[in-house]
Design a binder for this molecule. Structure first.
Ligand code: DP6
Length: 350
């Protein structure tokens, strides 16, 4: 039997970040995180369920649809995720997988959240029936909660949030598999995210390593005390569509993540000189009456959150900052969707 599904899943940007894990192996966080799902930055993944394969096949869908062999580390991570999904579901089938991102691969943006969310959703939709655990008794489409757990089995915790649209909270109850859940749909609040691209290529230190080192920072314990109040403010601000309350908190949370990274043992410096230039430009925008706030993941690029009416001025200002190599103009989006495309149709190029 062969069944093929293509899913596109979005990246997300966290307002309260996941940084440091109480169980790194299973990507279980110390505290909840809250994010906004993006629309433009997505991973598109075709998965074909194959009973005749001895090993999963992993491809990158390159230019003009040609299939290219990925780097060994990437292929191994995809295979590990598929293995974890099989172990969880009790199924045996192998898969052919082809994937691509809608944003430049060299943009230095995290693609693992969108990539593993797309993989988890596509694999789930390939299974005509489900057999075990969270799958037991369900004959309809998998729920968002199930998909969230499957995405997280990749080891990318932020992927747990990318299976949902709008504003999403990933809880952290000890001892369970705590799936992410929606706080509000995208239609609730139109926020924009202008991404200033400052670095290209792989980051020097992975998020996984950053999570591992986080507890070695003297500021980590203090962060654990501060986060609950911050989460409450962010939930309320989303409910009220109140950017003046949300903005300062999301900016502080991102700076704190980087303060922890910089004071970890050994320290991690994700910022570039251009990062500071963009942070200053955003403060200047605010002084000029524009509601714009910065956040950064584990990298140098800056995501600037603003209302739709300010987006053009934010984009113009960021494009003029020295060191900014490009912009992506993104916005809150609806989450994963099934697509018509078949990325496996292209044939191997190499
Ligand atoms: C800084 O372990 O999910 O983006 O596997 O690289 O996506 P990747 O990282 P993951 O950690 C995410 C860290 C973060 C903050 C966040 O998205 O919450």
């Amino acid at each position: 039997m062969s069944r093929r599904v293509t899913v596109s899943a979005p990246a997300n940007i966290a307002f309260v970040k996941y940084w440091g894990a109480r169980d790194l192996e299973r990507a279980l966080p110390h505290h909840p995180s809250i994010s906004m799902t993006l629309e433009v930055c997505r991973s598109v993944t075709t998965v074909e369920l194959r009973e005749d394969l001895a090993r999963d096949e992993v491809w990158l869908a390159g230019a003009e649809g040609r299939l290219e062999a990925p780097g060994e580390a990437f292929a191994a991570r995809v295979r590990r995720h598929l293995e974890a999904i099989r172990a969880w579901t009790g199924r045996k089938e192998r898969f052919r997988v082809a994937t691509r991102n809608t944003f430049p691969a060299a943009a230095g943006l995290a693609s693992s959240a969108s990539g593993f969310a797309a993989l988890a959703c596509a694999v789930s939709l390939c299974h005509p029936e489900r057999t075990r655990g969270i799958w037991a008794g369900a004959s309809d489409a998998p729920t968002a909660g199930e998909l969230s757990v499957l995405a997280r089995l990749s080891g990318s915790g932020s992927a747990a949030r990318s299976v949902l649209g709008g504003y999403v909270e990933w809880p952290a109850e000890p001892g369970d598999e705590a799936p992410a859940a929606g706080l509000a749909p995208a239609a609730h609040w139109d926020l924009r995210c202008v991404i200033a691209l400052l670095e290209t290529g792989e980051k020097a230190v992975s998020s996984l390593e950053g999570h591992r080192r986080a507890p070695t920072s003297p500021h980590f314990a203090r962060r654990l005390e501060l986060v609950p109040g911050r989460l409450a403010t962010v939930r309320q601000a989303i409910r009220d569509r109140d950017l003046s309350s949300l903005g300062p908190v999301l900016e502080r949370d991102a700076i704190e993540l980087h303060a922890i990274a910089m004071t970890s043992e050994p320290p991690i410096f994700y910022w570039r000189p251009g990062t500071l230039e963009v942070l200053a430009a955003v403060r200047d925008l605010r002084r000029g009456g524009i509601e714009a706030y910065s956040t950064m993941d584990a990298g140098a690029n800056v995501h600037v959150i603003c209302p739709p009416e300010d987006e053009p001025r934010v984009a113009t200002a960021l494009a003029a900052v020295p060191g900014v190599g490009g912009l992506i103009r993104d916005r809150v989006g609806d989450g994963p969707r099934e697509e018509e495309a078949n990325l496996l149709a292209g044939g191997a190029g190499r």
